[in-house]
Design a protein around this ligand. Sequence first.
Ligand code: C5P
Length: 238
Amino acid sequence: MEKGQLLYEGKAKRLYATDKPEILWVEYKDSATAFNGEKKAEIAGKGLLNNKITSLLFEKLQKAGIASHFVQQLSDREQLVQQVSIIPIEVVVRNIVAGSMAKRLGIAEGTVLARPIVEFYLKNDELGDPIITEDHIELLELATSAEVEQLREKAVAINQVLIGFFHEIGVDLIDFKIEFGRDSNGAILLADEISPDTCRLWDAKTKQKLDKDVFRRDLGNLTDAYELILTRLGGQHS
Ligand code: C5P
């Protein structure tokens, strides 16, 4: 497999073509951003940790019957993925109130929800990723109503599986963001990444934050927290 031209550079990853049709080469960067890019830093080792954690979780999800764009981990910082057309909707699932939900609705952080809440956000940096309804999705022609139903169902199923993985390692899954894409047949696949950058993860006993809130709120050493998640998931840190 040959790495081809750079197709896209985002805040946390670079995407390259390969010599194989419909297979892309992803490289995880060390850049950390928060508050829609207002807070920025380079954190040595973050890209490596997110690549390893995402690869491990996508492999585990595939074994649990959740299809994704993930093909294989190539190296510490690189993985191969199937090319999909990303649906510009960020799907957030919440089990415990935190972050923007606590702020928006005035509910105390840490409140346990009776059932998971699914939210949709428009993936648009210029607009600051606003929260949107299914009517907005239809208006903007981002997805059909049948596809929105699929996004919701898949998100809830992924949440159930992830809660189990994290429970086994003594971690509570508070909330997370996922993205989906359409493959060349129009089938919807889980895409992007699942890592402590995109999830809130609290130690089940101590409630210590083991995710990007460590960076957002200056709570200590980010890579120590991510390393703990990787090693508890059974991954090796080099
Ligand atoms: O900020 P908020 O509370 O809405 O975030 C909900 C979840 O989605 C958190 O786990 C956060 O890390 C993730 N998220 C993300 N990328 C965004 C917005 C939120 O990964 N652009």
